[in-house]
Design a protein around this ligand. Sequence first.
Ligand code: ZN
Length: 328
Amino acid sequence: MGFADIIGQQKPLAVLRAAFASGRLHHAYLFLGPEGVGKHTVAVAYAKAIHCSELTNDFCEGCVNCHRIADGNHPDVRVIEPLSGKKEISIAQVRELERELNYRSFTGKRKIAIIDPATLLNSSSQNALLKTLEEPPQDSLIILIAANTGALLPTLRSRCLRLSFAPLARKEVAGYLQLRHGVGSADAEFVAALGMGSIGAALSLEKDDLIEKRRQWTAMLGSLKIKDYHGAMIAAEALARNRDEALKFLKWAASWYRDLLIHAIDNNSDELVNLDMREQIAQQSADGGVEEKLRAFSQSAGAAARIQRNLNRRMVLEKFLFGVVGGR
Ligand SMILES: [Zn+2]
């Protein structure tokens, strides 16, 4: 295990490794990109590469330093997150961090802080951190991790070298799921596609359950004919029983209607999310109008947002499925 085994993210890794090679590490980085695409993994890998006692400019995962960093108990490497039960990273945590960064490294290398997610620093914590970034303690390295910059002070951002992390390619996520989690190739492709370039999202989908649910949902949508409002009402009632399931259904439904629309244009496309269900896609794609499919595709995200805001689930799902059976 080393840099070469990290999935994707070749651009930010190239920048970090070049800094190693030239011996010129920045004292502060901002890792920016969607959830679950490897920002934290790369930050921890970088800390390991700095401290690894076996390899130079890479990490072995086997030495005592690599182990301690992986276990979160290396004296020179701190991961800062909200304390349990808290929603923010407090100013006390930032002051404590500043104190620690000012001590000499235990190993004669760098003192490293990974702040994840940096968006949970409140404004006074950010101001306290800004002082540290303006006068960085010798041999310190701070990595801020964030999905977006909205919550971060511009002055704080400008003190960091920004590295962008892109969503992963479907092939990369599917390969990872097969290799590390023993997922079969067709299932891995589907779960990866639904995860939209995020390993974190793909892993949270609970594959087996999702694949069984998908079978039920596909059958349910296939049985809803144009103007079958009664069928739509019954289906909405069933889906509404569980909030989590309702949200998963709507997320999947977007992928399903997208697939039906793509298939209608190109019946050989390999861009389908539900690539292993080509037969059902062909059937349902021929059923009903393009208008209903387009409506279902475009309304699924809005419906999910309304459920997340705790609006009445049955009514939200009913409206969505009425759109599906809408007809003229
Ligand atoms: Zn090592």
